[in-house]
Write a protein that binds this ligand. Structure first.
Ligand code: GUN
Length: 281
């Protein structure tokens, strides 16, 4: 039976530590603040945005949610971002993705000041990560790495296989694991003989967005299985990994809910605190 990598426990620990750090920053006259921009009414995005606000409240930082109409123009959105760039109360800006199709996401993300880009999606931060320089690291992959390190899992020289090549998770997760000296394979929807790749993995990261996609026959016995998926199936939240099946062969596994999702929010708080400190310097 796999050991559980509990994002819930790790994030509760982090919330306590972060609350202490925030109080110390306040004493130094540093007041971290996070702005979340939500365009439209996507139900999943609404839930994420609400959870981000709750996390800010728990650790004691200022948060602001800006809701914009589904049909808002590119100019209106860029104008909102510019105002937040210039707002000294705001240390971090996050534009919730996906955006409605008529908006140019690349332009939006590159309008956020790199030092306020707590998602790490600005090209400057993407470039820093890929060249091994210190920049802002995207929250979900950062959370994945945090969990692996917290569990004391040795990464050097290990085979890491990532299913999914998104800019938000797959690609930055691959880069982070490469920087940790893993041998990295990125699989995706056009990969042939997927299970042949996944069965080699010491570390298997599932970020596909398909419920229960990874089954026990795709997993090497003893592997660390990290489930990034958050899917709805018959009114239940399930991951990309068929948990009850895979926990019998894996060495470690992250549950859904209570796994990576919780860490994503914790890392967003982390990035916001780091941004506030960097801007105070
Ligand atoms: N949508 C899904 N994941 C994310 C994320 O990490 N950041 C933002 N901005 N949008 C998302």
């Amino acid at each position: 039976m796999a050991k559980i990598l509990s994002g819930k426990e790790m994030s509760e620990q982090l919330i306590q530590e972060q609350a202490v750090r925030v109080a110390q920053l306040h004493e130094q006259g540093i007041f971290p603040g996070l702005a979340v921009v939500l365009v439209g009414e996507d139900p999943a995005s609404q839930i994420y945005v609400r959870n981000k606000g709750i996390a800010c409240e728990k650790i004691g930082i200022h948060s602001q949610t800006i809701r914009m109409a589904e049909d808002c123009s590119q100019e209106e959105l860029l104008d909102t971002i510019q105002k937040l760039n210039n707002d000294p109360k705001i240390s971090g800006i996050l534009v919730q993705l996906p955006l409605p199709k008529h908006l140019n996401e690349e332009e939006v993300l590159s309008t956020i000041l790199p030092e306020k880009d707590v998602d790490g999606f600005h090209l400057m931060n993407v470039g820093k990560l890929s060249t091994g320089q210190t920049g802002v690291v995207p929250c979900t992959p950062k959370g994945v790495l945090y969990m692996l390190k917290q569990a004391g899992i040795d990464l050097k020289g290990k085979e890491a296989v990532i299913i999914g090549r998104s800019n938000i998770v797959g690609k930055p997760a691959a880069t982070l694991l490469l920087n940790e000296h893993c041998t990295v394979t990125i699989c995706h929807s056009r990969t042939q003989n997927l299970a042949e790749h996944t069965r080699r993995a010491d570390i298997l990261v599932a970020a596909i967005g398909k419920p229960n996609f990874v089954t026990a026959d795709m997993v090497k016995p003893g592997a660390v299985v990290i489930d990034v998926g958050i899917n709805r199936l018959d009114g239940k939240v399930v991951g990309d990994v068929a948990y009850e099946d895979v926990e019998k062969v894996a060495g470690w596994i992250t549950p859904v809910p209570g796994g990576v999702g919780k860490m994503t929010i914790s890392m967003l708080m982390e990035n916001t605190l780091e941004a506030a400190c960097a801007q105070a310097r």
